[in-house]
Design a protein around this ligand. Structure first.
Ligand code: COA
Length: 157
């Protein structure tokens, strides 16, 4: 299942200079997007923050990004997003393979994440990678009309 990061063109650590483009993808991806400050905090906290950039584009347009926190043998996938025009080409799968490789490098035993039950694309992506539902947080996410539960998913490495 593992894909070596060096075989994925354009995959590199996120830097603060990426945040303008990251925010474009973030706003295009979520009804309740993270703020720029949250991304800055992830960078300054030393979280594993990765971007995929379009190596064919002179401007180095961002295709997507993923953020992983690692502590005490556990990792949490905090954010994964792919630019709408770049979706359904396998990029999120590659990004997730890379984040799982990063977790393995940190001797992580279990990777956790949360996903909205309504987010079919993300749920299927995680399920296809071997994540299973291990819990549920009631009314965790805001929605346009109220609240939505979060499914907690886990993968043992
Ligand atoms: C979820 C997301 C990251 C998937 O990115 P992607 O690059 O399009 O996904 P991939 O092309 O790598 O697809 C991998 C697998 O995910 C699932 N998947 C992806 N898009 C899907 C869709 N629109 N409908 C159903 N399943 C989908 C499939 O199982 C797919 O495997 P397959 O192609 O063999 O069927 C992308 O839709 C996105 O950025 N969404 C907005 C942000 C978001 O919801 N992030 C997750 C938060 S928990």
């Amino acid at each position: 299942m593992s894909v070596n990061a060096v075989s994925i063109p354009g995959l590199r650590p996120m830097i603060e200079g990426d945040l303008d483009q990251v925010m474009v993808v973030e706003y295009a991806s979520y009804p309740f997007p993270w703020t720029r400050g949250i991304f800055k905090d992830c960078l300054s906290s030393g979280y594993c923050c990765w971007v995929m950039e379009d190596t064919d584009s002179l401007a180095g347009e961002l295709k997507g990004y993923g953020i992983l926190s690692v502590a005490a043998g556990e990792a949490h996938v905090l954010n994964v997003a792919i630019s709408p025009k770049q979706r359904q080409q396998g990029l999120a799968r590659h990004l997730m393979f890379h984040l799982l490789d990063v977790a393995k490098d940190h001797n992580v035993e279990t990777v956790f994440l949360e996903v909205r039950p309504s987010n079919t694309a993300a749920f299927r992506l995680y399920h296809a990678l071997g994540f299973n539902q291990v819990g549920q947080r009631r009314d965790y996410y805001p929605t346009e009309t109220g609240r939505e539960d979060a499914l907690i998913m886990a993968l043992t490495l």
